[in-house]
Ligand binder design. Sequence first.
Ligand code: GBH
Length: 476
Amino acid sequence: MFPKDFIFSTSTAAYQVEGAWNESGKGVSIWDDIVHRDPSFIADRSNGDTAADSFHLYKEDVQLVKHLGFRMYRFSISWPRVLPDGSTKFINEPGVKYYEDLIDELLANDIAPMVTIYHWDLPQMLQQKGGWLNSTIVDDFEKYADFVFSRFASKVKWWITINEPFSITTGYGGDDYAPGLTMHGIGDYLAGHNLLKAHARAYRLYKSKYSKFEGKLSLSLDANGAYPKDETNEEDIRAANRFMEFELGWFAHPVFSRYGNYPAVLRDRVDLNSAREGRDDSRLPYFTKDEIEEIRGTYDFFALNHYSSRLCTSGKTGPTPSWSRDSNVVTSFNDSWPPSQSSWLKVAPEGFRKVLNWIKTNYDNPEVFVTENGFSDYNQLHDLGRIDYLKGYLSELSKAINEDGCNVIGYTVWSILDNFEWRAGYTERFGLVHVDFNSPNRTRTMKQSATFIKKFIKENSFDSNENEIQVMYKTW
Ligand code: GBH
């Protein structure tokens, strides 16, 4: 089903699995801050203080990754674990050592590390001066990235600067994530602007200072698939494309398109709405010509996080002002799409193929690495929903590669382990491996999907799996 050198990977993020939130000199992040200050921010009032305890159990995690046959492991570095107040003035060597040990353990087991430099756990000290809203964050991030490269570039060949800038903006414009600000239609665009600049800085720094290590860099962009609500309605077709431009194009166009900068439809709509609201300036900041050039082309591959899809029709929704109001797209789900434990995640595998083709068409068929894809259950070992999901999404991925000519080089399951699912706490579980969060040693147990994926990776096909899954289903 997949090319010979295709890479299967699996992933986690620091705050979601490590725990040890105040151990060995670690500083406080915006997630540590919000879960302690406002427990009601999290569905089950839980937090990541201990999480899956991967800070202590990383060797066990590496063995699980290896056992399932993955050739790569994507994890993130906690900024405040290595630089407690965010700046390079204070380096927390025990924190640095944790990642050195993890990387060495992976390499000793023939697993390539893919390192995410920023997966949402901003040092609280930087949030105190505005976090991603303050343009000084661009320098702070560049220095942090420089530090990370200086310590790890000789061993790590795959880098993600920033995970899901779109999701990060919702922490400033929609209160979905820390820091939980609600500057709809303003804070989100400001944060997005600085996130793009920060990514570009880190990328250019690597190319000028560390290129001898020949690493590959990108930023992970999250995108839903978009279906016109009525496939025959011209306006719905335009709405679906507008949704793609607003969610994915917002960050992809400046980096991956031929001319750079924000997508025209985003620029035009936010400018127009801003003027209508009587503002002097657009809520979406402008890049200078130099900035457009600095950001354009800062990638070695396209990193895509994809989970689900939306039906799109045009119409007003959300507060004024807001990103959703600006998009003029109303989204919904098709009733026929099977649910997961997450309200935002319905199973629509063809949407995956659509997104891959959209990237191929719009950005000149770049190399794509799928850096996240996965399904949430509700604390199960017999996770047949996840097996169906993976089957569906892997099939569509193989069609995108083999029939459509999309240049996809790797695929990552989110996640190897059940972990702290941000605002959902431990109520939504994405692991191939179950974690007992009530046991002091955070017992790990393989779910049925772990057996499924192991066999699939080994045989590069579902064929023999088919029978086995049915047999397993019967025994249970
Ligand atoms: C990823 O985000 C993250 O990178 C990862 O850390 C996370 O654990 C995983 O997916 C599963 O969530 O509730 O309607 O406001 C995926 C993209 C975007 C999905 C924001 C949830 C909130 C939608 N996410 N979205 S809603």
